[in-house]
Design a protein around this ligand. Structure first.
Ligand code: NAP
Length: 248
């Protein structure tokens, strides 16, 4: 089993869903957790309690990752509170699904701002810290849609493809400082995001999965745990699909 005792991880969008699963898994392995959420304070409070029960240091930060100045402030606050940060998981994401003909400029801008610019903001503000410490793990949650595209998700697919390209670029820039950057491309994972899909779209997605089940948040969290561990120290610039074979 992987060991993260004494490490600190920042996980964005961890009040619920995949981010919460990631935070719980990293805490199980001994990591202290600083997590970001945006709207739902009650869910964040519940998550804090669950994480604290694991005996690690935990703090939730209400911060919009799309806001450059606010994300800089939150990174500084976390470094001051926790000391060294070892792991950054850029997970916060939203969807505004519409076919291209119906997609509004606001739908495009909002999805790019949270998913792609949010990933840029957090990485940008932490990379000097990682460089100075000469170690760091950046793990970006992309999507198989960023590899294959998807009707009704041109905004989201573009954001996730951008995250994949950003991951590879950052891996090349920071490799000499012992900082790795990898992406995970989930398929169809059971969360509020997929619960909100129309019934027909959900059925079609499930039918296209060779393993014949939706993924669980733990499936993604286990892969994050591996990429954050010492055992993954020679992996960088990689995109790992965790999708039950959906994008084969
Ligand atoms: P989710 O259940 O909707 O949770 C999204 C999380 O992101 C929440 O904690 C939310 O906080 C936070 N968030 C949203 N906007 C934010 C912002 N501007 N700043 C900071 N935090 C923000 O989503 P999920 O299904 O767990 O998805 C997590 C990630 O996996 C996303 O990047 C998503 O694109 C990706 N993904 C999911 C699937 C899937 O099948 N579920 C598949 C592929 C990729 P609040 O509750 O406070 O708003």
């Amino acid at each position: 089993m992987f060991e993260l005792t004494g490490k600190t991880a920042i996980v964005t969008g961890a009040s619920r869903g995949i981010g919460k699963g990631i935070a719980l898994k990293l805490a199980d392995l001994g990591a202290n957790i600083a997590f970001l959420h945006f709207r739902d304070g009650e869910k964040a409070d519940e998550t804090v309690k669950e994480l604290e029960a694991k005996g690690v240091k935990v703090k939730a930060y209400d911060c919009n990752v799309a806001d450059f100045a606010a994300s800089e402030q939150v990174v500084n606050d976390i470094i001051e509170e926790f000391g060294e940060v070892h792991i950054l998981v850029n997970n916060a994401g939203i969807v505004r699904d519409k076919l291209m003909l119906a997609m509004e400029e606001t739908d495009f801008d909002a999805v790019i701002a949270v998913n792609l610019k949010g990933t840029f903001n957090m990485t940008k503000h932490l990379c000097q810290h990682f460089k100075r410490k000469r170690r760091g793990r950046i793990i970006n949650i992309a999507s198989i849609v960023g590899i294959n595209g998807n009707a009704g998700q041109a905004n989201y697919a573009a954001a996730k493809a951008g995250i994949i390209a950003m991951t590879k670029s950052v891996a090349k820039e920071l490799g000499s400082r012992n900082v790795t950057a990898n992406a995970i491309a989930p398929g169809f994972i059971k969360t509020d995001m997929t619960d909100a899909m129309p019934e027909k779209a959900r059925e079609a997605a499930l039918a296209s999965i060779p393993l014949k089940r939706a993924g669980e948040t733990e499936d993604i969290a286990n892969t994050v745990a591996f990429l954050a561990s010492d055992e993954a120290s020679y992996i960088t610039g990689e995109v790992i699909k965790v999708d039950g074979g959906m994008a084969i």
